[in-house]
Design a protein around this ligand. Structure first.
Ligand code: NAD
Ligand code: UDP
Length: 377
């Protein structure tokens, strides 16, 4: 069944890739974003990649429950994929109330609006961070949870809020997708991750070092009990992750009413890679050795994280297809385009948004058009 899907935070890194895959699968999409960590240009590229303009943009804040309810009603939304929120672990430690306020209020607002208008299907962006330093590797969804940052706690709290909401509404169904480590970019190089400031995560840091923005990569610890002593993670290509959302939402839209009200499902590959393995693979992708130095462990890091991905396959038939080489190739391709654009002082010209006929829409819903020109040339 094809649906009308609302992607909150659909202009962001994972949301934009998911919106593309939803469109390619024949769904129509409304993006709601306040652009606090993204920009309009990225949204304008979505129809170009997806090859369809069946996507609208509402500029607004998920914490505005009235706006949420209006959007759900006006666009007759069948399912919500809730990406919007803050995601920086260190920032959450420094300013926990900001994270509790934004992430929890946002989720409560989404749920309240869904309840008000009777929208029954929710996918929530959760995280493998809810497993903490688990001894169960690979990790199944039945593993005990344990969080070590306010960010991680917001993910766990929201999962629990969804549990309670689903228990109180007979037909409401939700899937919390626990992402492992999303990396890479769309193969076109048109969309990818654009961290603001100094990146904390490994892939964007390596990519910036390769592009000459950083001098070298600092490896956080080489004395872990892993194959080469550096930390190991389950990296997943963002396009695979996006397709996992499509599979999950189609599952919600089609499955029978006796399905569990709220599932928690890993999205990972089941393959672990150490920091050194990633560095070597990325160096191969860009054709030169990226400089690095070994430093001390980073506070709060777990030695290894690895998904057991069998539940996603059993429940909605999804499994990842892209390997580390493809993750590095696509991440580098995107980073290179960004570097080349800034080196020649070019900004991508903004695509004009052709407004829908409803000029009275207070929330500025725009239908995005691919236009006649190639905005990337
Ligand atoms: P992102 O920052 O690129 O995207 C989030 C989007 O939400 C941005 O476009 C931002 O402008 C928007 N947004 C933030 N607050 C908003 C608000 N109050 N109202 C409307 N829009 C708002 O992040 P991402 O990497 O795409 O992550 C998406 C989701 O996945 C987040 O919930 C994040 O916690 C979760 N997640 C991400 C990762 C990761 O490594 N990227 C891992 C696990 C979970
Ligand atoms: N890492 C590193 N140098 C960096 C960033 C990360 O050595 O500049 C390591 C980090 O210690 C961990 C792995 O790379 O072992 C993945 O880190 P990331 O922050 O990307 O993911 P997370 O730790 O949140 O799973």
């Amino acid at each position: 069944m094809k649906g009308r899907i609302l992607t909150t935070g659909g202009a962001g890194y994972i949301g934009s890739h998911t919106t593309v895959e939803l469109l390619k699968a024949g769904h129509s999409v409304v993006i709601l974003d306040n652009f606090e960590n993204s920009d309009r240009d990225r949204v304008a590229r979505i129809p170009l990649i997806a090859g369809t303009a069946d996507v609208r943009l509402v500029e607004g804040d998920v914490r505005d429950a009235q706006l949420m309810a209006d959007v759900l009603k006006r666009h007759k939304i069948d399912a919500v994929i809730h990406f919007a929120g803050k995601k920086a672990v260190a920032e959450s430690v420094a300013n926990p109330l900001l994270y509790y306020h934004d992430n929890i209020t946002g989720a409560v607002s989404v749920l309240s609006a869904m309840r008000e208008v009777g929208c029954k299907n929710l996918i929530f962006s959760s995280s493998a961070t809810v497993y903490g330093d688990t001894e169960m590797l690979p990790t199944r969804e039945t593993a005990a949870t344990s969080v070590s940052s306010p960010y991680g706690r917001t993910k766990l709290m929201i999962e629990e809020i969804i549990d309670d909401t689903a228990a109180s509404l007979a037909t409401f169904r939700a899937i919390s997708l626990r992402y492992f480590n999303p990396v890479g970019a769309h193969a076109s190089g048109f969309i990818g991750e654009c961290p603001r400031g100094v990146p904390n995560n490994l892939f964007p840091y390596i990519a910036q070092a390769a592009a000459g923005i950083r001098d070298y990569v600092q490896i956080h610890g080489s004395d872990y009990e892993t194959s080469d002593g550096t930390g190991s993670r389950d990296y997943i290509h963002v396009v695979d992750l996006a397709r996992g959302h499509v599979a999950a939402v189609e599952h919600l839209l089609s499955s029978s009413a006796d399905y569990a009200p709220h599932r928690k499902v890993n999205l990972g590959t089941g393959q672990g890679h150490t920091v050194l393995q990633v560095l070597h693979a990325f160096s191969k992708a860009c054709g030169f050795q990226i400089p690095y130095q070994i430093g001390p462990r980073r506070l709060g890091d777990v030695p290894a994280s690895l998904a057991d991905p069998s539940l996603s396959l059993a429940l909605f038939g999804w499994k990842p297809e892209l390997d580390l080489e493809e993750m590095c190739r696509d991440h580098w391709n995107f980073q290179k385009r960004e570097r080349d654009k800034s080196n020649i002082g070019m900004r991508i010209p903004p695509v004009t948004h052709k407004a829908t006929s409803d000029h009275t829409d207070p929330h500025r819903a725009h239908q995005l058009t691919s236009g006649s020109r190639n905005v990337l040339n």
